[in-house]
Design a binder for this molecule. Structure first.
Ligand SMILES: NC(=O)c1ccc[n+]([C@@H]2O[C@H](COP(=O)([O-])OP(=O)(O)OC[C@H]3O[C@@H](n4cnc5c(N)ncnc54)[C@H](OP(=O)(O)O)[C@@H]3O)[C@@H](O)[C@H]2O)c1
Length: 359
């Protein structure tokens, strides 16, 4: 017997064509393999990487023969479970959230339905919808949360950062970014950082302090590097961690004045390269500077790419459940309004996540 539903998906083929919203028929009784589950998506969130991958998807890079669905973050409900999926893992009716990682995949979370093998996606977990309700906020955290959690706890993914002393001082470059807002809450509410300062526009100072930032510095004055050097000189204590969520090079010529010495386990980690990416026309950053910083450096430098693992979902869901993590949402769009969602995303002015409702 068939059970045909309409499935809307926000897709692209290559960067030669505009993204589009397509509607296809899906037979819920035959669309999944024995080891797969089918999730009805309620909310999915965009990240800059969605648009960047689309913009670099020339026909050399991505096959133009099939539609690639946008989206990695989601919250939804399990509607079908393959017969080889262990019963204690997922059942019909379970609420789930997490990060569906893919590069140019046919499946993505910007769709009414997501079909996947849960063994291959470690950052997806069941939620207790009494404590983590199905909402735009709770579908929007996985990628930015996971990235900031790894940046602060295992930035080289080899050794864990020691937070036991509870005396760490952190500087977040890009305090208004969704990753920055996750980072301040992880540092303060989960890891016990003593001080978390940030760099953002003055217009965002009040809002960002509500998430836990201590002192904030305005990048629009054009003097932010010197402001930080003066601040550190005044307090007499340098930072243990500088986390760049934006792509900047403010401190490369004066790192010893703001970051503690390397032998005190300090480090600098960037998730966005060393210069701000133009989302509308992304270019690969020069690797010369990066290689230089990796090999000829007086400080520990790392560029982080999120590696989805079980901790991303486990710690994120725990922090939301304990009300230690609040997820900012800028706007919730309908799938039909996806172009407006992209405009907001690439403006680099979003104050929180750009979410699409498939409810
Ligand atoms: N490596 C990875 O695995 C990974 C994972 C996630 C994200 N990323 C990257 O991390 C970056 C941030 O992503 P996101 O989603 O968190 O960003 P986002 O939420 O879209 O950031 C938007 C905010 O950036 C702030 N901003 C713009 N220009 C700035 C500047 N020059 N200095 C400081 N702040 C500035 C603006 O706030 P104000 O003007 O109020 O300050 C704006 O509200 C992106 O480049 C993304 O590609 C990488």
């Amino acid at each position: 017997m068939t059970d045909i539903v309409k499935r809307r998906s926000i897709v692209f083929y290559t960067n030669a064509q505009k993204p589009e919203l397509i509607t296809t028929d899906l037979d819920l009784n035959s669309c999944y393999k024995p080891e797969e589950i089918v999730v009805k998506i309620h909310y999915a969130a965009f990240n800059p990487i969605d648009y960047i991958l689309y913009k670099i998807a020339s026909s050399w890079v991505a096959k133009k023969t099939f539609a690639k669905t946008f989206g990695r973050d989601f919250i939804g409900e399990v509607v079908k479970v393959g017969k080889n999926v262990p019963a204690d893992q997922f059942s019909v009716g379970d609420k789930v959230a997490g990060l569906f990682q893919h590069l140019f995949g046919e499946s993505g979370t910007m769709s009414d339905y997501l079909i996947f093998d849960p063994k291959a996606h470690k950052s997806i977990a069941k939620i207790d919808s009494g404590k983590v309700p199905i909402s735009p906020e709770n579908g929007a955290w996985p990628l930015v949360f996971g990235t900031s959690y790894q940046a602060l706890t295992s930035f080289e993914l080899k050794k864990d950062v020691d937070w036991a002393q509870k005396d760490k001082r952190v500087l977040i470059v890009g305090a208004s970014t969704a990753t920055g807002i996750m980072a301040v809450q992880i540092a303060k509410n989960e890891l016990g950082a003593a001080v978390v300062d940030g760099i953002c526009s003055a217009a965002s100072f009040e809002r960002n302090k509500e998430y836990g930032f201590d002192t904030l510095f305005d990048y629009k004055t054009g003097n932010v590097t010197q402001d930080l050097i003066d601040h550190v000189a005044k307090t007499g204590i340098k930072y243990d961690v500088i986390y760049d969520c934006c792509g900047n090079s403010y401190f490369f010529n004066c790192m010893d004045q703001v970051l503690k010495p390397k032998n005190e386990n300090s480090y600098y980690v960037s998730i966005a390269g060393d210069s701000k990416i133009n989302y509308a026309n992304p270019a690969f950053p020069s690797i010369v500077g990066t290689v230089k910083k990796w090999f000829i450096r007086s400080y520990t430098y790392h560029q982080l790419l999120l590696v989805p693992n079980a901790d991303v979902a486990r710690v994120g869901i725990k922090m939301i459940t304990e009300k230690k993590l609040s997820v900012p949402v800028d706007t919730v769009y309908s799938p039909e309004d996806f172009e407006k969602a992209f405009d907001k995303l690439i403006s680099a002015k979003a104050k929180g996540k750009v979410v699409v409702s498939f409810s």
